[in-house]
Design a protein around this ligand. Structure first.
Ligand code: UTP
Length: 299
């Protein structure tokens, strides 16, 4: 069944411990690590706004105060910038505080991504909603949410975002079994498995951190036992939705071919900083010429 209802709510889980990025993440949330001059999470919130999302629920945990402060007003600083005539910076701070209606719920105990999403039930209610992982950065030049929303309007059910990864990396992701549809950019998801070994992976299509879900997922998550790594896995709940389309219209996916970074992973984070900086008009040209000389020097 298809629906033209607009998708306005997103859930952004940010309660993970960020252990892959210690010690930087001991006291600073990984989502607050800067990518050039904006914290990684701001790119996610801007991506949501660009796709028409007006209401964001952060699922937070301990040590995430900096994140809440980032999206709040700072009257003293705003006044100081105005007094100094720094109008552009002042306007930028105001813009950040007005990006969306932002709400917070605490996860308490980080029992897994599925558990984090289940915390959103009272806020989301009974409408389809988006989940955006706070450490997944999709480059604004290659947005994916609009294609996912279009696929939702055409196919109904739930929509995932998949990305081809090398066979040797599939054990790091949820992996999808798929079959084609009439639309070359949309596949039907027939099965999902969390972090499979290469020899048990049904494809090299990895699930990345954007989901458009039906609210029936909450019933499944509430009843779900811990899965891989002892965590309540979102992938396991999605596998049930995919296997039985009578629950909530089945699962489709769009295959993403743009630029995406896992800012909770050191190497991927570094790539995000370099690539996004190179694209910018202010720092890009100088960085490019410095990098070119540096690499040519063989140091
Ligand atoms: P990750 O596994 O990438 O995050 O979870 P992590 O646990 O912080 O990472 P490492 O392995 O320790 O470095 C994917 C997303 O799910 C959120 C994380 O914040 C991240 O956005 N998450 C994960 C939660 O909100 N709660 C959880 O219990 C687990």
């Amino acid at each position: 069944m298809t629906s033209k209802r607009p998708i306005v709510k997103a859930v952004v889980p940010v309660a993970g411990l960020g252990t892959r990025f210690l010690p930087a993440t001991k006291a600073t949330p990984k989502e607050m690590l800067p990518v050039v001059d904006k914290p990684a999470i701001q790119y996610v919130v801007e991506e949501a706004g660009a796709a028409g999302i007006t209401d964001l629920l952060f699922v937070t945990g301990r040590n995430k105060d900096a994140l809440e402060n980032h999206f709040d007003r700072v009257p003293n600083l705003e006044r100081t910038l105005l007094d100094k005539g720094a109008l552009a910076l002042h306007d930028e701070l105001m813009r950040i505080a007005e990006l969306a209606h932002i709400h917070y719920v605490r996860q308490g105990n980080p029992l897994g991504l599925g558990h984090a999403v289940s915390m959103a039930r009272p806020h989301v209610g009974d409408s389809p909603f988006v989940v955006m992982l706070g450490d997944d950065l999709i480059d604004a030049k290659t947005p994916i949410l609009p294609s996912m929303i279009e696929a939702f309007h055409n196919h109904g059910g739930s929509i995932l975002c998949l990305m081809e990864v090398p066979d040797e990396d599939i054990h790091l992701y949820g992996c999808a079994a798929v079959e084609p549809t009439d639309n070359p950019s949309v596949v039907r998801v027939t099965g999902l498995i969390e972090k499979p070994n290469a020899d048990e992976a049904p494809s090299n299509l990895a699930v990345i951190g954007r989901y458009l879900l039906q609210p029936q997922v909450f019933d499944i998550l509430d009843a779900q036992e811990p899965g891989r790594g002892g965590e309540i896995q979102l992938t396991d709940a999605l596998a049930k939705l995919a296997k039985d389309p009578s629950i909530a219209g089945g699962v489709h996916a769009v295959v993403f071919k743009g630029r995406r970074y896992d800012t909770g992973d050191k190497l991927s984070y570094l790539k995000s900083v370099v690539q996004i900086a190179l694209d910018r008009d202010d720092v890009g040209p100088d960085l490019r010429s410095w990098l070119t000389k540096y690499l040519a020097s063989g140091q």
